[in-house]
Every structure is written in structure tokens, then in C-alpha cells.
Design a protein around this ligand. Structure first.
Ligand SMILES: *[C@@H]1O[C@H](CO)[C@@H](O)[C@H](O)[C@H]1NC(C)=O
Ligand SMILES: *[C@@H]1O[C@H](CO)[C@@H](O)[C@H](O)[C@H]1NC(C)=O
Ligand SMILES: *[C@@H]1O[C@H](CO)[C@@H](O)[C@H](O)[C@H]1NC(C)=O
Ligand SMILES: *[C@@H]1O[C@H](CO)[C@@H](O)[C@H](O)[C@H]1NC(C)=O
Ligand SMILES: *[C@@H]1O[C@H](CO)[C@@H](O)[C@H](O)[C@H]1NC(C)=O
Ligand SMILES: *[C@@H]1O[C@H](CO)[C@@H](O)[C@H](O)[C@H]1NC(C)=O
Ligand SMILES: *[C@@H]1O[C@H](CO)[C@@H](O)[C@H](O)[C@H]1NC(C)=O
Ligand SMILES: *[C@@H]1O[C@H](CO)[C@@H](O)[C@H](O)[C@H]1NC(C)=O
Ligand SMILES: *[C@@H]1O[C@H](CO)[C@@H](O)[C@H](O)[C@H]1NC(C)=O
Ligand SMILES: *[C@@H]1O[C@H](CO)[C@@H](O)[C@H](O)[C@H]1NC(C)=O
Length: 574
């Protein structure tokens, strides 16, 4: 049962935590914290750390825990915020620091079990992410978890209990005593970032990992290539980026990929790389024109692809098979040390393109379906040979009727019915209905319309308009329409930032804080403890506060609402 009994010095409903824990009890006493506080880790060994501790690299467990400790100090003392927006104007809400003030005395991290050996690349559900946190009124803090990742989540919650004084005069929590017991509803909680339509520097991807971890999300799905550009360096095939990247400065080297994986592993965020195919591959034609059918058909590209440039890997070609084998033999062994998954794409394959494919010359599904089965069987066998678990988009299962290995994770996007249909066939599913969790929607068209047609497209909305605001994202239930006996097959879901109109300049704002809404649905569930839809009225002050936290931690998240709405209760509710 969920117990939320928060009482405070001020009459404002500041509740601090996002996503909301399974159970959360807080009091109204003030505790201060300063840089002299030590954090003791009791795992296989016992070590004590202080402010300025740096990442201990002896084992992955040590790396994850010490990185979390290092970040806890940095967050509390260097990246905190002054919460004036959550108190009525002209009130003195800050506690007074006096000689009798109570400080946090000790922070103890207890790991009561051994990490699984694949803690740096856990399989979904393979790591226990639960934690408990207690903070007594006299300043004794204990976080207990079975895994290093659980301790990381506990420390993340801990930092959310503290605020910065206006004058820089200290860091305090108004919530003691605190008791939290918490674990995730779904094991796969992800964000899909597209780096083909527009490139994102590595630092942007690191920032996404930071923000995902602050929200207890655990997957960065990296849609790294697509038809518009191929930014991923493949050492055995340098021509792919030499010819297919937009410009030589917009490439990801093998060490970039590895450093993003490592950065994620330390923060409990596994990087899952997708090479979308056989559709969405026109950028391969810049270096290997012989492999691509229907490349750059103009002006009616839309007959052959969802977006320009048209072009798809040929479906019945030994040369394509050899290309894929060489590509994956280069990439997969490099991903494998820090990833348990590989995404084989498979969305929006255009049948008309195969009319122009000299190895097929047909658009009949009866001709194409067996060829697609053979094509995907080859891909699957190679992914399996590296011990990776495959993902595909829903079309491979639901439109192409392919028989897939039973461990395949099917990523749905088209509807709630897709989730139900996927699990109905016995496959594991990811949710992420585009009408709720596509972050690119509602920006308007990026296509230009000739004068003769423009009027017919006015006011130039995109296919998935309107903009999916956080309330809409928050109203999405990944289990909607899924029979009770199959909910265990829904691993979780992802929000998606397709990037036709999102680059480094607006990435943070396009993703945050809206993805926090998905994070709470995935961690806490779409329904509250009494089975009701979660309330916007209680979520919005917490989300507004989470936004301030993200900004303080370097993420340019958009405002949730004007300060007026958060300053005094629920005056903006209707
Ligand atoms: C603080 O909490 C205690 C115990 O719940 C309660 O009796 C007291 O009235 C509260 N104080 C304030 C200032 O809200
Ligand atoms: C790293 O962790 C190990 C195991 O907990 C410990 O023995 C060692 O002293 C630590 N080193 C540093 C520099 O913290
Ligand atoms: C650990 O870090 C130290 C100091 O930066 C470095 O010398 C050592 O090579 C690292 N060891 C591993 C296994 O990464
Ligand atoms: C806060 O809102 C209440 C109404 O909900 C109002 O009575 C009160 O005056 C407001 N206080 C401030 C300081 O704005
Ligand atoms: C370890 O702690 C976690 C979090 O409190 C708890 O869920 C789990 O049951 C504990 N495991 C053991 C073996 O005590
Ligand atoms: C596929 O390619 C093989 C070998 O070139 C050919 O014999 C076969 O007819 C092709 N299949 C289709 C459906 O075109
Ligand atoms: C196949 O191509 C023909 C000729 O262009 C077209 O009439 C038909 O609609 C196409 N069928 C499919 C399934 O795309
Ligand atoms: C998949 O099965 C459905 C329903 O039987 C059918 O309409 C569709 O054409 C099939 N798809 C392919 C690619 O064969
Ligand atoms: C709860 O949310 C679902 C969407 O997940 C919606 O269909 C339903 O109408 C909502 N129920 C209420 C009572 O608002
Ligand atoms: C759920 O129950 C239905 C109806 O009894 C059954 O057809 C289906 O196979 C069950 N699904 C699972 C995943 O057990």
C-alpha cells in the first residue's frame, strides 16, 4: 500500500521525489548536511568515502557505487537549487541554521547481496533495483539494496530530499524523518534517441544518460543510423562514414561508442544500439550503391519511403547478406562487453521499393514475406551467435508475420492493440504508443509544399500532431488493453525523440521534463495504489520541482508552469 503522509513547515505541497516511490513517509523536521559527512559502503568489503571521493575502478560494483557517491556529493553541494518557486511569495520559508541545528551524521549504504556478474549490462529484470531509505530525525541515514544499482537509485532519491539555501548558506532537508521503500513497476524504462536525421555530439548523449539516471530510467536506445546519414564508424568499412556521414566532424568512433556505454553502465543506463534495416538504410547507398534498391527516387519519393531519401537494402541479395555479416561482425563484438541487447530495426519497410529491387522485382507480399523471413533469420542467427538478445520493431511480427526467436523483444509504437497483440503471440513487448510517447510530434511539418499544394496542407501540422504535453504522456498506460495474464510480458517502454527537427540546440528542451512523465509511469506505474489514474494535480508540483532539479544539474529542461501555480497550493487546478 502506498502511504504518503507529508507534513511540512510550510503549507505547500512540496513532496520532493520524482518518480514517486512505492511507499514514502516524511516528517517535518529539518536536517542540515555539510561536506564533512562521510558515506560508508558495506558490501563485500567496507569502505568509507568523503567529499571529493573519486570513482574507484576496482570492480564494476565498486565503480557503480563510488561513482554514485561522488555524484551524491556533487549534486548536494554543487548542483542543488533554491526552492523559492514552491513557497508563497514574501514568506520566509527557510529554516534557520543555529548552533543547535541537527546535521546528517552518517550515511551508510548496505548492499545485502552480491551483484550479478553482468551488472554492467544487466538483462531486463536481471538486477534487483529495489532499495529502502531511512533518515532519522537525528541524522542517521541508511540505504539498503540488493545491488549497486539499487544503492544508486537510493542515493538519487536521497539527493532529492535536500535543498539549497538562498544565500548559499547551507543545504537542508525539511522532511525528516523519512522512510522510503521503493522498486520499479517495469524493468525496461527507456528513451530512444535518433542521431541520424540530426547529429548529437557525445556530450549531448552523456547529458541524456545523466537525466535518465536522475529519473531512474535504465535504457538509452540509440537509433544511430537511418536513411539521412550514417554517423557510426565501422573500422572494417570506413567508407560508410567517409561517404555517408553528413560531414566528417559528425561521426561516432568505436571509442565514442564504448565511452557512452561505460558512462551509462556506471549510472544504471544500458545503451542499446539499433541499426535499423532493411528499411531506413538509404545512407548506405552513398558508399555501397549496389546494395540499395529505390535509392533517391524523385520527385515521388513518398511512393517508396516514409521520408526522403527513399532507399532500402535489397531483399534477396547475397551481397547484402555479406555486407550485413561484415558489419555486425565488426560492431557486435565491440558492443557485447557492455550491452546484452541489439536492435535490428524492421519498421516501415516499403513494399513498393522492392518493385525496383533487381533481386526481387515484386511488391507482392506472398513473394516478399518468405524473403523477409530468410533475411531476418540471418540477422537473428548472427545476433544470437554473439549472445545478444534481439529487438525488432512491431512490423516484423505484426505486419510481416515473421517467426522470431522466442526471446525477441518486440518494440511496439503504433497502438495499444499492438502491445496486446504482441504479448498475445507470446512475445515480450515494449510499449511507446506514438500518440502518447513520441516527443517529436506537434512541431509541424518539416516538408516544404509547392504553392500549388500548400493550401491543402494548411496549417502544416505533422502526422502525429498535436504536441504531446507531459499530461498526455502521463496519461499513457503501457498495460492498456493487455489481459491480466499477459502483463508480465510487457517489459516496459520508451519515449522517442525522432530528430528531424531536434538537434543539439533543442534536444534538452524537447526531451525534458516531458520524459519525466514517462519515467514515473514506468517506475511507479500509471495507476496509484488505489488503482486510479495518477493525479495531475499532485504530480505537477512535484514535476515542477523535478524540473528545477534537472536545470540545476545541467539539463535545460523546459518549465512545467509559471511560478504562480507552484507557489501556493493548487490555485491552477480546474
Ligand atoms: C510536525 O509533525 C508533528 C507530528 O506529525 C505534528 O504534531 C506537528 O504539528 C507538525 N508541526 C508542524 C509545524 O507542522
Ligand atoms: C576501492 O574499493 C576497494 C574495495 O572496496 C577498496 O579496498 C579500496 O581501498 C578502494 N580504493 C579507493 C581508492 O577508494
Ligand atoms: C584505475 O584508475 C587508475 C588511476 O586513474 C589507473 O591507473 C588504472 O589503470 C585504472 N585501472 C583500471 C582497471 O581501469
Ligand atoms: C494562498 O492561497 C489561498 C487560497 O488557496 C489564499 O487564501 C491565501 O491568501 C494565499 N496566500 C498567499 C500568501 O498567497
Ligand atoms: C536487501 O534489501 C532490499 C531493499 O531493502 C530488500 O528488498 C531485499 O529483500 C533485501 N535482501 C536481503 C537478502 O535481505
Ligand atoms: C532470389 O534470388 C535467387 C538467386 O539470385 C533467385 O534464384 C530467385 O528467383 C530470387 N527470388 C525472387 C523471389 O526473386
Ligand atoms: C504493387 O504495384 C502495383 C503497380 O505499381 C500497384 O498497383 C499495387 O498497388 C502495388 N501493391 C502493393 C501491395 O504495394
Ligand atoms: C500477414 O498476415 C496478414 C493476415 O493474415 C495478411 O493480411 C498480411 O498480408 C500478411 N503480411 C505479409 C507481409 O505477408
Ligand atoms: C484513466 O486513464 C485511461 C488511459 O490510460 C483512460 O482511458 C481513462 O478514461 C482514465 N480514467 C479516468 C477515470 O479518468
Ligand atoms: C491468457 O488467457 C487467454 C484466455 O484464457 C489465453 O488464450 C492466453 O493464452 C493466455 N495468455 C498467456 C500469456 O498466458
Amino acid at each position: 500500500m502506498q502511504v504518503i503522509s507529508v507534513m511540512m513547515l510550510c503549507a505547500v505541497a512540496v513532496q520532493a521525489l520524482w518518480p514517486i516511490p512505492t511507499t514514502y513517509e516524511a516528517g517535518n523536521q529539518t536536517l542540515w548536511i555539510d561536506q564533512s559527512v562521510k558515506i560508508t559502503y558495506k558490501g563485500a568489503q567496507q569502505s568509507t568515502y568523503g567529499y571529493g571521493a573519486t570513482n574507484n575502478n576496482s570492480t564494476w560494483t565498486n565503480k557503480i557505487v563510488t561513482n554514485a557517491i561522488e555524484r551524491t556529493y556533487d549534486t548536494l553541494f554543487n548542483k542543488n537549487f533554491y526552492p523559492w518557486k514552491f513557497h508563497p511569495r514574501n514568506t520566509n520559508f527557510e529554516p534557520a541554521l543555529t548552533s543547535s541545528s541537527t546535521f546528517v551524521k552518517s550515511i551508510t549504504l548496505v548492499q545485502n547481496a552480491t551483484d550479478p556478474s553482468d551488472i554492467m549490462k544487466p538483462s531486463a529484470g536481471g538486477v534487483n533495483e529495489a532499495y529502502t531509505l531511512t533518515m532519522t530525525s537525528d541524522g542517521v541515514v541508511t540505504i539498503t539494496a540488493a545491488s549497486s544499482i539499487g544503492l544508486l537509485h537510493g542515493l538519487t532519491s536521497f539527493t532529492q530530499l535536500f535543498f539549497q539555501c538562498s544565500s548559499g548558506g547551507g543545504v537542508y532537508s525539511p522532511f525528516a524523518p523519512v522512510s522510503i521503500s521503493d522498486s520499479p513497476k517495469f524493468v525496461w524504462r527507456g528513451l530512444n534517441v535518433d542521431t541520424s536525421r540530426t547529429y548529437k555530439p557525445l556530450s549531448d548523449l552523456f547529458a541524456m544518460v545523466d537525466a535518465l539516471s536522475y529519473n531512474k530510467m535504465n535504457r538509452l536506445h540509440w537509433h544511430v543510423t537511418d536513411s539521412q546519414a550514417w554517423p557510426l564508424e565501422i573500422p572494417s568499412m570506413p567508407e560508410l562514414t567517409d561517404k555517408g556521414a553528413y560531414i566528417s566532424t559528425q561521426k561516432y568512433s568505436p571509442s565514442d561508442v564504448q565511452s557512452l556505454q561505460e558512462y551509462g553502465a556506471l549510472l544504471g543506463v544500458e545503451v542499446v544500439v539499433e541499426i535499423d534495416n532493411p528499411g531506413h538504410t538509404a545512407s548506405i547507398a552513398f558508399s555501397h550503391p549496389e546494395l540499395i534498391a529505390a535509392f533517391e527516387v524523385l520527385p515521388n519519393w513518398d511512393t517508396y519511403a516514409a521520408e526522403p531519401p527513399s532507399g532500402t537494402l535489397k531483399l534477396n541479395s547475397t551481397a547484402v547478406y555479406n555486407f550485413l555479416e561484415k558489419l555486425f561482425d565488426d560492431l557486435l563484438p565491440r558492443l557485447k562487453p557492455l550491452s546484452s541487447y541489439f536492435h535490428l530495426g524492421g519498421d516501415e519497410v516499403n513494399m513498393m521499393a522492392y518493385l525496383l529491387d533487381d533481386t526481387v522485382k515484386s511488391n507482392l507480399s506472398t513473394v516478399l514475406q518468405p524473403l523477409m523471413q530468410k533475411y531476418m533469420d540471418r540477422n537473428m542467427a548472427q545476433v544470437e551467435s554473439y549472445g545478444l538478445t534481439p529487438l525488432v520493431w512491431e512490423e516484423m511480427l505484426l505486419d510481416w508475420n515473421l517467426t522470431l526467436p522466442s526471446n525477441t523483444i518486440v518494440q511496439t509504437w503504433l497502438s495499444d492493440a499492438s502491445v496486446a497483440e504482441t504479448v498475445g503471440k507470446g512475445y515480450k513487448a515494449l510499449a511507446g504508443n506514438y500518440e502518447f510517447w513520441y516527443l517529436d510530434c506537434g512541431k509541424g511539418q518539416w516538408l516544404d509544399f509547392y504553392q500549388t499544394d500548400a493550401a491543402g496542407f494548411w496549417p502544416f501540422q505533422d502526422y502525429c500532431a498535436p504536441f504531446h504535453n507531459w499530461r498526455l504522456m502521463y496519461s499513457y498506460d503501457p498495460l492498456s488493453g493487455v489481459p491480466a495474464n499477459a502483463t508480465h510480458l510487457v517489459l516496459g517502454g520508451e519515449a522517442h525523440i525522432w530528430s528531424e527537427q531536434t538537434d543539439s540546440v533543442n534536444l534538452d528542451q524537447m526531451v525534458w521534463p516531458r520524459t519525466c512523465a514517462a519515467a514515473e509511469v514506468l517506475w511507479s506505474g500509471a495507476k496509484d495504489a488505489s488503482g486510479q489514474n495518477r493525479s495531475q494535480v499532485t504530480a505537477s508540483p512535484r514535476l515542477a520541482e523535478m524540473r528545477e532539479r534537472l536545470v540545476a544539474r545541467g539539463i535545460k529542461a523546459e518549465p512545467v508552469r509559471m511560478p504562480f501555480c507552484s507557489m501556493n497550493g493548487t490555485q491552477c487546478a480546474l
